[in-house]
Design a protein around this ligand. Structure first.
Ligand code: ATP
Length: 436
């Protein structure tokens, strides 16, 4: 019901790569306008960088030094904790003080403040400005990074995660959405006009009620589309071939807080989270395994068939076989699809008068998935003019890489957390540095 309310109340927008209008309620997103200023005019909003479930993220100028920063403006309902309790703020700060070598690999938090708006009180986090996420740059499902770049950025994330785990930090939400390309140093000195010339003018779409009723004070008069991924991708010299980890909202140091709820994106969710609601460094290793596959393949390992965890478990069992006990017994749909030994159920097929039994679906395997990368059927939507970061169409993995990456992922994606390799071992795996 609620999901349709905003469709009935408002006319459609001119674009769809934008946060849902439904999020603009009291306690929700802050209605931000281009040119808006904060903290005695210190920060001025220039463009939009992205949005998530809990925030909108804006490109702003810091007038104290004229540099460009990202302002993450949290939904009011997600702003109630004092800033020293917000993982999003204190984890990246601790990382930067405790681990000097991680400074290039994780987003820097520079400042934070609160603003009162008609939508409520909002926490604003001032961060180092970065570029598009690995997810955005690949524009699922048709593009993927150049092979050497995929390995390089995977190694950078491995390095960051290895350092984090070594010092007692858990990221808790590792996906291609939360790994961002670094922008070139010159970008921080751009004028507003440079931004429009090199990327694009902000695209905005008016918000209008169907009834002609006036907008409420917490509703924005227009929405702004984030800088489009094609502009980032095709703009020469704007992005570095390096990444930073962002979004530490699910992160913790040593022990999860007492109210901790694991919330990683479903397709990267480790089985111990699904079944036991328990997340530690091993769950990061699982999520990172799924993420490495997605970086190299351009498509997720476990497709987003639906939002249901049962659909995800079905894919896991199709690929890795029967779950260990007691998870197998807790998987309610097991009898619908699988035999007790985890093999697919059989159905009878008649050929003339002879009955034959065959599995109701084919089993999946990492090797098959890796061999399918680059098959033209998966990339038929690939267009020309993709920019230098993107792999040309139809480039399959050679046998050595299938073997090497299959070995790495197989060890990262073991069901039991205690059976998975640690980041100490991941970082030493030859896949990251081999020349295939
Ligand atoms: N420092 C940054 N520089 C540039 N873009 C950013 C930055 N931080 C976030 N973004 C962009 O904003 C988007 C949303 O950010 P983020 O994932 O941190 O928000 P969120 O509300 O916590 O979302 P969710 O929890 O749903 O992932 C990112 O996917 C990215 O595109």
């Amino acid at each position: 019901m609620a999901a349709h309310w905003h469709l009935e109340r408002f006319y459609g927008l001119a674009f769809d790569d934008v946060e849902s209008l439904q999020g603009y309620r009291y306690g929700g997103f802050a209605p931000i306008s281009l040119g808006q200023e904060f903290v005695n005019r210190r920060y001025k909003v220039i463009h939009k960088l992205g949005y998530g479930a809990f925030s909108t993220v804006w490109l702003a100028r810091d007038r104290s030094n004229q540099g460009l920063v990202a302002l993450k403006i949290m939904q009011a309902n997600a702003s109630s904790k004092p800033s020293h309790e917000l993982a999003e703020i204190h984890i990246p700060r601790s990382l930067h003080t405790m681990l000097p070598r991680i400074q290039d690999l994780s987003v820097d938090v520079k400042d934070n403040f609160k603003v009162i708006m008609p939508s409520g009180e909002h926490q604003v986090i001032v961060m180092q400005m970065a570029g598009p996420s690995l997810f955005d740059i690949s524009d699922f499902p048709s593009r993927r990074l150049r092979a050497d770049l995929a390995r390089r950025v995977s190694y950078q994330v491995a390095d960051a995660l290895h350092q984090m785990h070594g010092a007692g930090f858990v990221h808790g939400d590792l996906t291609t959405f939360n790994i961002l390309f670094r922008v070139s140093d010159s970008v921080y000195g751009w004028s507003d006009q440079d931004i429009y010339d090199n990327l694009e003018q902000p695209r905005s779409s008016k918000v209008k009620t169907r009834s002609g009723e006036k907008l409420a004070p917490h509703e924005p008069t227009y929405l702004v589309a984030p800088v489009s991924s094609s502009k980032w991708r095709n703009s020469q010299g704007v992005l570095q071939e390096g990444v930073v980890i962002a979004d530490f909202g699910q992160s913790y140091f040593k022990q999860p807080p007492s109210d901790y709820q694991p919330e990683v994106a479903l397709h990267c969710m480790a089985p111990e989270i699904l079944f036991d609601n328990r997340a530690g460094p091993e769950a990061d290793v699982w999520s990172f395994g799924c993420t490495i596959f997605e970086i190299r393949a351009g498509t997720p390992l476990f497709a987003w068939l639906s939002d249901s965890s049962s659909a995800l478990v079905k894919l896991m069992v199709r690929m890795f076989g029967r779950l260990p006990d007691p998870w197998w017994a807790a998987y309610e749909d097991r009898n619908k699809w699988f035999q007790e030994n985890g093999e697919p159920k059989l159905r009878s097929v008649w050929e003339g008068r002879t009955e034959r039994l065959e599995p109701i679906f084919v089993k999946l395997s990492l090797e098959k998935k890796l061999r399918a990368i680059g098959s033209t059927e998966n990339e038929e939507r690939t267009r020309s003019g993709l920019g230098p970061m993107i792999e040309p169409k139809g480039m399959a993995l050679c046998d050595e890489e299938v073997q090497s990456l299959g070995d790495l992922l197989g060890k990262m994606l073991r069901y039991r957390p205690e059976d998975r390799i640690t980041m100490e071992e991941v970082i030493r795996h030859p896949w990251f540095t081999a020349r295939f």
